[in-house]
Design a protein around this ligand. Structure first.
Ligand SMILES: O=C(O)C(=O)C[C@]1(C(=O)O)C=C[C@@H](O)C=C1
Length: 357
């Protein structure tokens, strides 16, 4: 009975008052930091500091709260404190309800303005023009590989990567009513259709698969027509008031997407950082081997190696390389100096903290 809960709830109420006082004390300190940053024209958002804050509270945590819960709470606390320093806009690939929006909200917390953009080009433009302080774009999926348009735009524009976030992606079949009877077409982004191929082959083999600009766009259309189903996340289900006709239909249970955060600053080293580069070498025997030599010589690990055609017609490629470490760490700095000298093309997209759940 609720009456039995009364004394415990009274204790929670008293603690909440204390928490509120403490949070407001914390917010006042963030405001003072904000004034200082404004005087010195320093960036408000400091991902390396936020990472440190979360690591410290997780280390101090004796439970029963879990580390992931602690991280989520502190991300929101810092988002609210950050908003007192400056309210920033974050661009992402819309419409509302996409995984990109989920990544943007998880990374920056909810005390920001979020701008859904029509396509990836517009997401980049919004950040480059300064209309948005940051942008969040998908770069690779563990099942389907690289997001080609993102790679091309990273090459074409003068952008810096200020952070990353990796999300577990659970696809669901969404529609206006429960069950799969009467579905005429399944709508989703081509990547999501590909990630659910086996499930669709087994459960809806004769049904049309229609590629649309985003999963959320598919969900929006499915909300208007009973004969359409969409593949999308739970966020899209609640956004467009759809039923989950089948849950977790992706072929790989461990399906994840990595997103990068585009900004104007390179965060300071945290000891757990990644550096992203785009390189190119002439098309001759041994050139790629030579290109990678400085990394081996300085003991720098490579966590990703991806190639895209250079469209020169000469079988030349751009190589997208992620290194472990920060560009200010001496071994990485030395390797970068040598790569800069040796490569026909060298672009440093910057160093940023590795995402921590
Ligand atoms: O330490 C800072 O630079 C702050 O502005 C404070 C704070 C926080 O709330 O802890 C807020 C925003 C920054 O991104 C980092 C941390």
């Amino acid at each position: 009975m609720d009456a039995d809960l009364k004394p415990l709830r009274a204790q929670i109420d008293a603690l909440d008052r204390q928490l509120l006082d403490l949070l407001n004390q914390r917010a006042k300190l963030a405001q003072q930091i904000g004034e200082h940053k404004q005087r010195l024209d320093m960036p408000v958002f400091r991902p390396e500091r936020e990472r440190e804050v979360i690591a410290k509270v997780q280390q101090a945590n004796t439970g029963p709260l879990h580390g992931t819960g602690i991280a989520a709470i502190w991300r929101e606390i810092m988002s609210a404190c950050r908003a007192l320093e400056a309210r920033q806009q974050i661009a992402f690939l819309g419409p509302e309800g996409t995984y990109s929006e989920q990544a943007a909200r998880q990374f920056f917390g909810s005390s920001c303005a979020f701008l859904p953009c029509a396509d990836l080009d517009e997401v980049f433009r919004s950040q480059l023009s300064g209309a948005s302080a940051y942008a969040v774009v998908a770069i690779e999926n563990s099942t389907e590989g690289a997001v080609a348009r993102t790679l091309d735009l990273l090459l074409a524009h003068p952008v810096l990567i200020s952070g990353e976030i990796s999300l577990a992606i659970h696809h669901n079949l969404l529609r206006k009513r429960p069950g799969t009877d009467g579905i005429r077409a399944v709508l989703a982004h081509p990547q999501a259709l590909a990630q659910c191929r086996q499930w669709l082959d087994a459960h809806l083999p004769a049904i049309e698969r229609r590629a649309v600009a985003s999963n959320a766009e598919g969900a929006r259309l499915a909300a208007q027509d009973e004969t359409l189903a969409a593949i999308a996340g739970e966020q899209a289900a609640s956004q467009y008031l759809l039923h989950i006709a089948a849950a977790r239909i992706q072929d790989e249970a461990q399906n994840r997407t990595r997103f990068v955060v585009l900004g104007t600053q390179t965060p300071q080293p945290t000891g757990h950082d990644r550096t992203s580069l785009i390189l190119s070498v002439p098309n001759r025997a041994g050139a790629v081997f030579e290109m990678l030599k400085p990394l081996a010589e300085h003991g720098v690990s490579m966590s990703r190696f991806e190639s895209r055609p250079a469209r020169s017609g000469a079988w030349e490629y751009f190589y997208y390389i992620d290194l472990e470490g920060h560009q200010d760490d001496p071994p990485v700095r030395q390797a970068l100096d040598e790569l800069r000298r040796a490569c026909a093309f060298f672009k440093n997209l910057g160093s940023y903290p590795i995402w921590q759940e």
